[in-house]
Design a protein around this ligand. Structure first.
Ligand SMILES: O=C(O)C(=O)C[C@]1(C(=O)O)C=C[C@@H](O)C=C1
Length: 303
């Protein structure tokens, strides 16, 4: 005899039970997060600090997609956890985001911020990257979502991060981290900047600013980096000349680079006076790939 199919009521009863269990676990998670917040407050001596830990979030999200199974998409699961972790962050203390939005027609950065920081995080619009960063410097926002720097930019916002102050805002994340949600306009990419100590997540890329003398060519600079096993990608080359007559470059390096990495000291010795200054501006956890998210396109010719 064929087994009786569950009725709609049977299935809904199962869903109700699962929802209760899920909710209990979410409540427990929030209780632990409250303790994390209290611990962080003790460690910072009660000073107002930004509690976001992007490297930890990246590790959590990578583990999540790695162990996932079943029909629910990994991209959806990542979105759910982003909402959960942002809610946790708000439990730990005040948290808000200044978003670059040069005109109402350019909504992509807002969409990226909303997707990553969730629907309940306070987002404030700033019309220029400089103003968004200013909101972080002034303590009006915890972090800023800024456009990925390009050589063609008129305003090289990352120049405002050239500081030796250990508490200065740093680049700490790249968006989107998971799959792109529905976005307005052309897809954009962003960096997140805030007064957060950059940490390694295991799969990272670092951003450094370099000031060189005018006569140093791009190829000579790249060769010196490679000789120190630093594989450079030039995001921006040759902004300047600065007051010192030098030129600034924004360079991306695979891996996590601490400011005291001895390869930077060796690079300085190798290039001599041609290398005027180096600043480590931060790092970001490498975003999840389409393959990791199970979104890889099928090979051509297949069915
Ligand atoms: O692990 C932490 O430091 C936390 O604050 C917890 C938590 C989380 O919800 O898991 C929340 C916010 C941080 O950005 C990272 C992780």
């Amino acid at each position: 005899m064929a087994e009786a199919q569950p009725t709609l009521d049977d299935l809904r009863r199962q869903i109700d039970e699962i929802d209760v269990t899920l909710q209990e676990l979410i409540v427990r998670r929030a209780e632990v997060v409250t303790q994390v917040g209290a611990l962080k407050n003790r460690l910072t001596g009660g000073q107002r600090a930004v509690h976001m830990r992007p490297a930890r979030e990246a590790i959590i999200l990578r583990k999540l997609v790695d162990r996932h199974r079943g029909p629910l998409s990994k991209a959806t699961l990542v979105r759910m956890w982003c909402e959960l972790m942002s809610a946790s962050l708000r439990l730990e203390g005040s948290f808000s985001v200044a978003v670059y939005m040069p005109s109402p027609a350019v909504g992509g950065y807002w969409d990226l911020a909303r997707d990553y920081f969730g629907g309940m995080t306070h987002l404030v619009v700033r019309e220029s990257a400089r103003q968004a960063l200013g909101a972080v410097f002034d303590g009006e926002a915890s972090v800023a979502v800024l456009p990925m720097p390009q050589s063609t930019d008129e305003d090289h916002w990352w120049r405002l991060l050239l500081s030796r102050d250990a508490k200065a805002p740093r680049i700490v994340a790249r968006l989107p981290f998971g799959a792109r949600g529905s976005e307005r306009g052309a897809p954009v990419e962003a960096l997140v900047v805030g007064p957060i100590l950059p940490e390694a997540s295991g799969f990272d890329r670092s951003l450094i600013a370099v000031e060189t003398a005018a006569e140093l060519s791009r190829s000579a600079l790249a060769a010196a980096f490679k000789a120190e096993t630093l594989e450079p990608s030039f995001r921006v080359f040759g902004v300047g000349p600065a007051e010192t007559g030098g030129y600034l470059h924004l360079i991306e390096i695979p891996g996590f680079l601490a400011p005291d990495d001895n390869r930077l000291a060796r690079l300085a010795r190798r290039l001599g006076p041609a290398l005027q200054q180096v600043w480590v501006l931060g790092c970001y956890a490498e975003p999840l790939t389409d393959e990791q998210l199970g979104l890889a396109t099928k090979p051509k010719g297949g069915r």
